[in-house]
Design a protein around this ligand. Structure first.
Ligand code: HAM
Length: 446
C-alpha cells in the first residue's frame, strides 16, 4: 500500500528534532581569526577550483610549507624594516627550547627555502609553484585585515625573464576575472636593481632631507631605515611632499628600463589593464625591479600584490636566483564577491534520502547506506528524527530526487519503498536490488 505523505507544518517538522538550548560556550575565536563555516566553503571551493584551473594551464605545481618557520627566515627575507616583521609577527617558543619560531606571515621566503632545501633548484628550472595557505599577522583587525587569513599565490623561481613577471600578474588577474570580478586594475612600477636603486634612494633622501621634520612619525623613521617607503605613506600630512618627489622609473639603469618596458609590453599584448603608479613600492624588503598590486574599483583595499625578488635567495645565504611572484588575499576576494553579489553556484550533492521508521529499520538503513557508498551514490539521512513526516519534509528541503523508505514491515520482507519525490510515485523493490533500481532511476533523471 503506498504511503501518503502528510503536509506537515514547520512546527511539526521540528517536533522530534534534537533539542536546542540557549546555553553558550564562554570562548570565542581569537581576535582577528575566524571560523570557516560551511557557507564560507562555497566561496573557498570556488576559488580553489579556479586557482587549480589557472595553475594547471600555466604549469604551476602546488606547494605548502610548515606553518611555523625559523624566525630568521622572515627577519632576513621579508626584512627587518618591513611592518610585517617589525610589528606583526606571532612568535612561538617551545616550552624548553631557546630558539624562536614564527607563524608564517607570508609564503614567499618559505617557498624559496623549500625549493632550495629539496634540491629542486637543480631539477626544476624554473620552479613554478602555487599555494592556497593560511598566514598570520598580528594586525589591528578591520575590513579586509585579519590576524589569520589565506592567500592564493604563485611563485616562479630561477627565472629572470620579464615574461614571467607578466605571467604572475596575468595568472592573478585571470583568477579574479574567472571569479567574475569586473574592472580589475593592476598598478605597477619598477624600483630597479641594487645598482640603480642605490642612486635613486640617494636622490630621494636628498629631496626629503629638508622636509624630514615635517613628515609623520612613521615617515621620519622610514627616512632613516627604508626611504623608498616614504612614497607609499597614506598619512595626509605627507601627501603634499610626495607629488614632487623624484620617481624611480626616471632613475632606472638601461637593463632595468628594458626589463620594465618588456613587462609592460607583455601586459599590453595580453590586454591587461594597468596603470604605472610611481608611488607603488610595496611593503616587503626583498623586491627588485617589478612591483605591482591588483585592485577592484569600489573596495578600499588591494586584492593582491607581488613583484620580482631577485636578491631574496642571497639574503637567505642561498644561491643566486632570479624570482618573481604574486599573492591574492582569499578573504578579500570573498569580500569583493559578496560586495558585487557574486554567489557561487551550490553543488547539489545528495539525490537520495533514506527514511526509516522504528529502531530495526534504522539499523537496516544504517547498513544500506554502505551499499550506496560503494556505488558512489550520495544518500542523506536523519537518524535523530523518527517521524515519517519530518523525514520526508527534510528530503523535500534537500531537493533529492528519490526517497527510500524503510519501515518495520519492509525490514521483515527485505524490501524498500523507492519514492519519486517529484511525481509521488512509489514502488517496492527487494533490498538486494535497491542500488541498481535507484541508479537506473537517477540516470533517467539527469
Ligand atoms: P602582501 O601584499 O603582504 O604580499 O599580501 C598579498 C595580499 O594578501 C594582500 O594584497 C591582501 O589581499 C592579502 N593580505 C595581506 N595581509 C592581510 C591581512 N592581514 N588580512 C587579510 N588579507 C591580507 C605578500 O604577502 C607577498 N608574499 C606576495 C608575493 C608573492 N610577492 C612575491 N611573491
Amino acid at each position: 500500500m503506498p504511503i501518503r505523505i502528510p503536509q506537515a507544518k514547520k512546527k511539526e517538522l521540528d517536533e522530534d528534532a534534537p533539542r536546542r538550548s540557549s546555553k553558550k560556550i564562554p570562548f570565542r575565536s581569537p581576535k582577528g581569526m575566524h571560523d570557516t563555516l560551511p557557507d564560507d566553503f562555497l566561496y573557498l571551493e570556488k576559488i580553489r577550483k579556479v586557482l587549480e584551473k589557472v595553475s594547471s594551464f600555466y604549469g604551476f605545481d602546488r606547494i605548502d610549507t610548515p606553518v611555523l618557520e625559523d624566525i630568521r627566515l622572515f627577519e632576513r627575507g621579508t626584512g627587518m624594516t618591513s611592518e610585517v616583521v617589525e610589528k606583526q609577527m606571532f612568535v612561538v617558543k617551545g616550552k624548553h627550547s631557546g630558539s624562536s619560531l614564527a607563524l608564517r606571515p607570508e609564503m614567499t621566503p618559505g617557498v624559496l627555502r623549500a625549493y632550495v632545501q629539496s634540491g629542486m633548484n637543480h631539477t626544476r628550472i624554473p620552479g613554478k609553484f602555487f599555494y592556497l595557505s593560511s598566514l598570520f599577522r598580528h594586525e589591528q583587525p578591520q575590513a579586509g585585515r585579519f590576524r589569520q587569513f589565506r592567500q592564493v599565490g604563485f611563485e616562479i623561481l630561477n627565472a629572470t625573464d620579464p615574461a614571467y613577471d607578466a605571467q604572475v600578474v596575468f595568472a592573478s588577474y585571470k583568477i579574479l576575472s574567472e571569479l567574475r570580478l569586473k574592472d580589475v586594475v593592476v598598478r605597477i612600477n619598477s624600483i630597479g636593481c641594487k645598482t640603480c636603486r642605490a642612486s635613486y634612494v640617494k636622490k630621494l633622501k636628498e629631496y626629503y632631507r629638508r622636509k624630514a621634520t615635517k613628515l609623520c612619525r612613521d615617515c621620519q623613521k622610514r627616512y632613516k631605515d627604508n626611504p623608498l617607503r616614504l612614497l607609499d605613506c597614506k598619512n595626509e600630512k605627507c601627501q603634499p611632499y610626495k607629488q614632487d618627489a623624484p620617481i624611480s622609473v626616471d632613475a632606472l639603469c638601461s637593463a632595468c628600463k628594458k626589463h620594465f618596458t618588456s613587462v609592460l609590453e607583455f601586459l599590453d599584448d595580453a590586454k591587461i589593464p594597468y596603470l604605472v603608479d610611481h608611488f607603488l613600492v610595496r611593503g616587503l624588503d626583498y623586491y627588485s625591479r617589478t612591483v605591482f598590486e591588483l585592485f577592484v574599483d569600489g573596495l578600499g583595499f588591494a586584492l593582491g600584490g607581488g613583484g620580482r625578488y631577485d636578491y631574496l635567495s642571497e639574503m637567505l645565504s642561498g644561491p643566486k636566483m632570479g624570482a618573481t611572484g604574486s599573492a591574492l588575499g582569499v578573504e578579500r576576494i570573498i569580500e569583493a564577491m559578496k560586495h558585487f553579489e557574486i554567489v557561487p553556484a551550490k553543488q547539489k550533492q545528495a539525490r537520495v534520502f533514506m527514511v526509516h521508521m522504528g529502531e530495526e529499520a534504522k539499523r537496516k538503513a544504517f547498513c544500506l547506506l554502505e551499499l550506496f557508498y560503494r556505488e558512489g551514490i550520495v544518500v542523506r539521512e536523519s537518524f535523530s528524527r523518527d517521524s515519517l513526516k519530518s523525514q520526508l519534509r527534510l528530503a523535500d528541503k534537500e531537493e533529492v530526487d528519490i526517497a527510500l523508505i524503510l519501515g518495520q514491515r519492509e525490514v521483515f520482507e527485505e524490501v524498500v519503498i523507492v519514492r519519486d519525490m517529484k511525481t509521488g510515485n512509489q514502488e517496492t523493490v527487494p533490498l538486494s536490488r535497491a542500488t541498481a533500481v535507484v541508479k537506473k532511476k537517477l540516470k533517467g533523471k539527469k
